[in-house]
Design a protein around this ligand. Structure first.
Ligand code: TXA
Ligand code: MG
Length: 332
């Protein structure tokens, strides 16, 4: 069981911050209090660390995660704000509002953090301990709620310990979360501001600042099953899964050291992991798909073990391989 630091203790608190900041730098996970719910935090730029979030949560699929930063200025280095986004950020940050915005090409955010999307979800938390840790760490932090998949979101350090105590380097205990439900998520689609997830900030307050109504997502998939988000990155190329023989014209998405027959005729090869490490494969998945998608219209994918993170990798690959007319259209 990992240490739980009582952040109300003036001697323990600074040790907790130093331990947590160092853990984030080392690519480890931290149980982090925010004003909404406790988060399972990792360095948002470190793909392997973020893969660790999915492994710890036991999620059978990759969701895009929320990136937490200290200020609007830091957020502006990661995403592009139009006038409406700027107005919401200025009105409600720090606080329980998450904005989904176009990701800057040089954002430094790992592809797995955004599940390969060109957009990124950003939030500036108000909780003092979250802010002190962000400041001590000095970088963006990806953090979904710190519960195992299928469990409810944690609002105390004890909840985090019960679900993930063995998976985090430490937990910062700042007492019960004040708000107790996740942040409200707003995205933009053309002229529309879209309510992607109702949460701790009332939509009426957002509408008052915007001067117009929030619209519902194109389908309610984002709310009922975030993992089924229509806004998943979908390659233009077709995918052929569990390939043991590469065909002419195909590129190869490889896993591990033993390549399949016909690999020498592959137009290009991206190996997710030379050593067969599933966390490494998860961290590389979206960037590798994007590169192969640029190289050819057909991607052959080697079999990937279905244990641990392999389940989420295979889920993502099956979605990417599904006939395009059955995949919901991308929402931007
Ligand atoms: O209150 C909160 O927001 C908590 C605390 C810890 O800050 N965090 C949280 O994060 O709930 P998370 O990662 O579980 O929320 C992720 C959700 C996804 O399921 C998806 O609905 C949405 O945010 N999301 C993230 N990135 C997105 C994107 N690029 N496009 C659309 N939706 C996105
Ligand atoms: Mg959650």
């Amino acid at each position: 069981m990992s240490p739980i630091f009582d952040m109300s203790d003036s001697e323990v608190g600074p040790v907790g911050i130093a331990t947590a900041a160092e853990a984030l730098r080392e690519g480890e996970l931290v149980g982090l209090p925010t004003e909404t719910v406790y988060g399972l935090a990792a360095d948002a730029r470190n793909g392997k660390a973020v893969a660790g979030i999915f492994a710890a949560k036991g999620r059978p699929h990759f969701n895009p995660l929320i990136v937490h930063v200290l200020s609007l200025e830091d957020a502006g280095k990661i995403a592009v704000f139009d006038a409406a986004a700027m107005r919401l950020a200025e009105a409600f940050w720090p606080g329980p509002l998450t904005l989904v915005l176009p990701r800057r090409p040089d954002s430094g955010i790992a592809d797995i953090t955004t599940a390969g999307l060109d957009t990124v979800a950003l939030r500036v938390p108000a909780h003092p301990i979250a802010r002190i840790l962000l400041s001590a760490f000095g970088g963006p932090v990806a953090a979904p709620s710190a519960n195992r998949s299928g469990h409810v979101s944690p609002t105390t350090a004890a909840h985090v310990a019960a679900d993930l105590g063995g998976d985090v380097a430490c937990i910062l205990d700042a007492g019960p979360s004040g708000i107790g439900v996740e942040s409200t998520i707003v995205g933009f689609s053309g002229e529309d501001a879209v309510l992607l997830r109702p949460g701790g900030l009332a939509s009426a307050k957002i509408e008052a600042v915007l001067g117009r109504k929030l619209v519902a997502p194109a389908s309610d998939a984002a709310v009922s099953a975030p993992g089924m988000l229509a806004s998943h990155y979908a390659p233009a190329a077709s995918l052929r899964l569990d390939v043991t023989d590469v065909r002419a014209g195909e590129t190869l998405l490889a896993f591990g050291p033993d390549l399949p027959a016909g690999s020498d005729r592959a137009e290009a090869i991206q190996n997710l992991t030379m050593s067969g490490d599933l966390a490494e494969a998860a961290a590389n998945l979206f960037a590798a798909l994007r590169r192969l998608d640029r190289e050819s219209a057909a991607i052959a994918v080697m079999p990937i073990p279905n244990d641990g993170l392999g389940e989420a990798i295979n889920d993502r690959l099956r979605r990417a391989a599904a006939p395009k007319d059955r995949v919901p259209t991308a929402r931007r």
